[in-house]
Design a protein around this ligand. Structure first.
Ligand code: ZN
Length: 258
């Protein structure tokens, strides 16, 4: 299991870091995968997804990171110490990315196995437009609903690391209240995209379809004409909304885990 997840996260990183895809350059972005209920792999700080190997991924323990997420604020030095201590394979392993906090939270959600976080140029353009939070709630073409869900969770701009992970947690909880499901994609204002899923394939299709949607929005906005996204009825016909019982169960499971 451990090796398969490691291989999957390497493959996902290489795909997301491929320069031809324009999703991340230098050390931008990160990917992760859950090994079991106690451990996950995440990109180490300073490594590039474009050239990812096993060396650039660190096996991390969920418990200390999730505890910090729900605990008091930490100083930069305390965060650094925690990112050193959470390594499951000791001091030889490189220190994990500062975004380990958001990966731990998202990988602890029911049914989530892999995460891809990128900075795609067209999406950064869209996320720099006033009112982009409203666009996150809309859909512009049917396959966007299939791959990215009926809406995208929106996270207002905040500092990276622990504050961002906490903002993501609030956004996901609000999303579950409204949509009775965990979001497949998240837009981080003035920052980028997060795609989550059961498989590497889910993360890739949510990422690439999400970017196609961002391009479609930019094209539509550039015309200056009135916008016409899919109606809520059309979105609902493609996306089958889970029932109230499922929503309550999901919220309960999430509270138990956090
Ligand atoms: Zn980022």
């Amino acid at each position: 299991m451990e090796n398969r997840v490691l291989e999957d996260v390497i493959a996902l990183s290489l795909k997301l870091g491929d320069p031809a895809n324009d999703l991340a350059i230098l050390a931008e972005g990160n990917a992760s995968g859950r090994v079991d209920s106690d451990h996950f792999y995440v990109k180490a700080s300073g490594y590039s997804m474009r050239t990812m190997t096993a060396e650039g991924l660190t096996l991390v323990k969920f418990a200390p990171i999730l505890q910090a997420l729900n605990g008091p604020d930490l100083s930069d030095a305390q965060v650094r110490d925690l990112l050193s201590e959470c390594r499951a394979e000791g001091n030889q392993a490189p220190r994990p990315s500062v975004e380990t906090f958001m990966h731990a939270y998202l990988l602890s959600l029911p049914g989530v196995q892999y995460i891809g976080h990128t900075h795609p140029t067209p999406l950064i353009s869209l996320l720099g437009i006033a009112g982009c939070e409203e666009i996150a709630t809309q859909r512009i073409f049917p396959d966007e609903i299939v791959c990215c869900g009926p809406a995208t969770a929106f996270v207002s701009y905040t500092d990276p690391g622990l504050p961002l992970a906490r903002a993501i947690q609030s956004s996901v909880e609000r999303f579950v209240e409204v949509h009775a499901m965990i979001p497949k994609t998240m837009w981080l204002q003035n920052h980028g995209l997060i795609a989550i899923g059961k498989s590497v394939g889910d993360v890739e299709s949510a990422t690439f379809m999400g970017i196609k949607a961002a391009r479609a929005w930019l094209g539509a906005l550039s015309t200056g004409r009135e916008l016409r996204p899919l109606s809520p009825e059309n979105v609902a016909r493609i996306h089958t909304r889970p029932d109230e019982h499922y929503r309550q169960e999901l919220l309960w499971t999430m509270k138990q885990r956090s």
